[in-house]
Each structure stands twice: as C-alpha cells, then as structure tokens.
Design a protein around this ligand. Structure first.
Ligand code: AMP
Length: 178
C-alpha cells in the first residue's frame, strides 16, 4: 500500500524560519527538517516531479547547493541523468559560464561543456525561488546548450520577491509559497 500523500501544507509546517541568517534582515528558510523526515522528503520529491513520468525527462539540472539534494532524488525517480550547476571554479573540466547580478556585485555559475546535448529535455530544480536571479542565470546557461527546459520547479517560492517575473515564459512550479 502506498503511504498517504504528503501535502504542501505538511511540508510548509516542517520548514524552519531562521531570522537574520546569513545576515541581518534575511529570514532563512531551513529545509533540513524536511530532508530529515523520510516521508516529507519523499513527498517533496513526488510533488516536484508530479508532472512527469519516468523517461519523459533526459536530465534534471540542480542548482548549487541545496538544489542538488532534490534534483538528484528527482533524477533517480524520473530515470533521468543529474546535472549540477555549480558556482564558478568548482567544476574540474571545461565549462560554459553565466554571470548574474547580486544585490552587491555579481556571481558566476558554470556547467561542464558536455553536460547537456542539444534538444535534451530538462527539468530545472532548486530549493527556493527568491528574486529569481539565480534561476534566471541557470536558465540562460542551459539555453547555451540548445537544451529544452520543460519546467523550473522549486520547493519554496518567496512570492513577494516576484522571482517568477524573471523566468521568461517557462512553466514554473513551486510547492510551498510564502
Ligand atoms: P534568488 O537568486 O534571489 O532567487 O535566490 C535563490 C537562491 O538563494 C537559492 O539557491 C536559495 O537556496 C537561496 N536563498 C535565497 N533566499 C533564501 C532564503 N530566504 N532562505 C533560504 N535560501 C535562500
């Protein structure tokens, strides 16, 4: 018998708010209690991959670092490959890179040049959508490969920051909205 389905509300209840981390004024959404609960972790992965059957996605692209956790689990479930988007300087082989603006300064993300083939069907996953800068950069990077992003999926969306507005016309799924 499959266990009863996990609801977004149950996941939301397990997310821990940590005020003023990593700096004053930021309320950090700590997902480790979700990961530590096997039912909630499995339920979160089920909700993130809801739209797709095994075989419908070629690669699940996960964003450094908490995105890796959900993306790797989703890749196994969907019988897809897992591809990391990492901060510049971490990947050992040749990379494609994408710069993006931060509140102060800028950052660069990277993927191995052979990570995706043209036309690959991609599900993009991160733990949280805030301003959308990170996800928009990841989308631009995946687009350099000529791959096709089917959906961008996030466990958490901070709606008041309107990150969706930066994600072009892509289908966006978020499980828990604050
Ligand atoms: P953004 O580029 O503003 O959409 O930020 C998204 C990235 O920053 C994600 O990879 C998140 O893991 C992280 N992030 C941003 N804000 C928070 C927050 N309040 N709590 C936890 N992670 C956050």
């Amino acid at each position: 018998m499959p266990s009863a389905r996990v609801t977004p509300r149950q996941i939301a209840a397990a997310i821990r708010n940590v005020p003023d981390f990593p700096k004053p004024g930021i309320q950090f959404k700590d997902i480790t209690p979700v990961l530590a609960d096997p039912r909630l972790f499995a339920g979160a992965v089920d909700l993130l991959t809801d739209k797709f059957k095994p075989g419908a996605v070629d690669a699940v692209v996960g964003i450094d670092a908490r995105g890796f956790i959900f993306a790797a689990a989703a890749a196994l479930k969907l019988q897809a490959g897992f591809v990391p988007v990492r901060k510049k300087g971490k990947l050992p082989y040749r990379t494609h890179e994408q710069d993006y603006a931060l509140e102060y300064g800028s950052a660069t993300i990277a993927m191995h040049v052979d990570a995706l083939r043209p036309g690959a069907r991609v599900l993009l996953i991160d733990d949280l959508l805030a301003t959308g800068g990170t996800a928009a950069a990841a989308i631009a990077l995946v687009n350099k490969f000529g791959a096709q992003i089917l959906e961008a999926a996030f466990l958490i969306e901070l709606k008041f920051l309107n990150g969706r507005g930066k994600l072009q016309d892509l289908p966006v799924r978020s499980i828990v909205v604050f």
